[in-house]
Design a protein around this ligand. Structure first.
Ligand code: ZN
Length: 453
């Protein structure tokens, strides 16, 4: 900032720097711009509208740069003269300056005027921008040169070859695409058919599943049934085993005693004055005896000689075929029953013959038993040596089985001995039967025979 070349301390400052806002003192040369130069400057450039500085119309572009007069004697040693004191010549000059700055500002991106410092800074900035622009320009030039230097013909040949190859490949790919489309159609058809099959299989599966469930249920029911049958079978086997161990004859014919009487299946056989047993009971007992003796003989395949026992409940009898035995010249049926009623004497004779025949049959059975191998030492406990008589082995006394010429006590005792012999015979036949069973089932353990009894 230099002081004006005036003789006094007064300096006219009318503008500020447009960057740093410092007041600017214009160079003297600005004062000597003639109209010709100004017109020249105007020519190619934009002509701003005429400025009307002062009271009313003030251009905004101009007013920016215009600084109202300031008095600053104390600090800077100069005074800015106010507009009111300007002469018309000065006003004209100021207008010219403003116009000049407007022309500059409108033609560049920088607002004018500028101070020296800002101008220097701006120049430095512009210089660096210029260098950068120059570098960029050089790069573009180099690139252009490079592009121009590259041979176009080779490229075209290569590209044409490439294009040819690519066209061949395209043709190949089109063919391939067509094939693939055919494949796709086939695959779609196959898929559809597979889906159809899948649906059918699904339906079949459901059907099978239902059937399976039905069979499963049936199986369960059958298994239950089978199990219950199994239980029944096991029960039956257990029963069978138990029954096998049970002797049928023993179970069927229970020979025991009741007081002085021998009994068979609870029927008393015999009669005492103190206990007159009903004849029906005696007859029934004889019926059981006949049945048992017959069964025993059949069991060991023995046939009585001269006699045939006919079990018939309480009217059982024995058929005799011995000539001369039939003393009453009646038919040969010897009864094993009596009534004790009317015509008793005649009947008792036949009854006695029946009972004697029965004892004879029992004796025959004993003989048959003894004939069996290994049975030589066997004998029934009461001997039946004489016809119609049975011997008490302990006392050696014999008792008649006949009712005539006999006491009821002795008759009853004879019958009891006869029943005991019958019981022994039963036990013997049972043991034979079991032994045969065991031999039949290939078992050689004979100790079980004795164990069974
Ligand atoms: Zn400045």
């Amino acid at each position: 900032m230099a002081a004006g070349g005036e003789s006094s301390n007064k300096v006219v400052v009318s503008f500020t720097c447009q960057r740093c806002q410092c007041p600017i003192i214009l160079d003297h040369s600005f004062n000597s711009i003639d109209e010709h130069t100004l017109a020249e400057l105007h020519l190619p450039l934009y002509a701003p509208p005429p400025l009307e500085l002062g009271e009313k119309a003030v251009d905004s572009g101009v007013i920016d740069k215009y600084v109202p007069p300031v008095s600053d004697n104390e600090n800077h040693g100069f005074t800015i003269v106010g507009g009111s004191e300007l002469t018309s010549q000065q006003s004209q000059l100021l207008k010219t300056h403003m116009e000049l700055f407007d022309i500059l500002s409108n033609n560049t991106e920088i607002d004018h005027p500028l101070c020296d410092e800002c101008c220097d800074t701006l120049i430095t900035l512009l210089e660096s921008e210029q260098r950068a622009a120059e570098d960029e320009c050089k790069q573009y030039e180099d690139f252009l040169k490079k592009l121009e230097s590259e041979s176009d013909t080779e490229d075209i040949e290569t590209l044409e070859a490439q294009l040819k190859d690519l066209k061949v490949e395209e043709t190949k790919l089109v063919v391939e695409l067509r094939e693939l489309k055919v494949d796709e159609t086939n695959a779609t058809e196959a898929l559809e058919s597979q889906r159809k099959q899948f649906r059918q299989l699904k339906e079949q599966e459901e059907e099978f599943m239902k059937e399976y469930c039905r069979h499963k249920r049936e199986l369960n029911e059958l298994e239950d049934y089978s199990q219950s049958l199994d239980y029944e079978l096991r029960y039956a086997e257990a029963q069978s085993e138990r029954l096998e161990k049970t002797n049928a004859l023993n179970a069927t014919f229970h020979i025991w005693h009741s007081g002085h009487f021998g009994t068979i299946n609870t029927f008393r056989l015999g009669r005492l004055p103190s206990e007159p047993v009903d004849w029906n009971e005696i007859n029934a007992a004889w019926g059981q005896c006949a049945l048992l003796l017959n069964a025993l003989a059949r069991k060991i395949n023995f046939k009585f000689s001269n006699y045939q026992i006919v079990p018939f409940g309480n009217h059982s009898y024995i058929k005799a075929s011995i000539a001369g035995f039939n003393v009453l010249a009646d038919n040969s049926e010897l009864p094993l029953y009596a009534s004790g009623g009317f015509s008793r004497f005649l009947w008792d004779t036949k009854f006695d013959q029946g009972m004697t025949a029965f004892l004879d049959c029992l004796n025959q059975l004993q003989a048959a038993m003894l004939e069996r191998p290994g049975q030589s030492g066997f004998a029934l406990p009461y001997r039946m040596a004489e016809k119609g008589k049975i011997e008490d082995t302990a006392s050696g006394k014999t008792y008649s089985i006949k009712i005539q010429l006999n006491s009821e006590e002795n008759w009853t005792k004879a019958l009891k001995f006869m029943l005991t012999n019958l019981k022994w015979a039963l036990a013997w036949v049972s043991s034979q039967y079991v032994q045969e069973e065991i031999v039949g089932s290939t078992s050689t353990n004979t100790s079980t025979i004795s164990k069974a009894y």
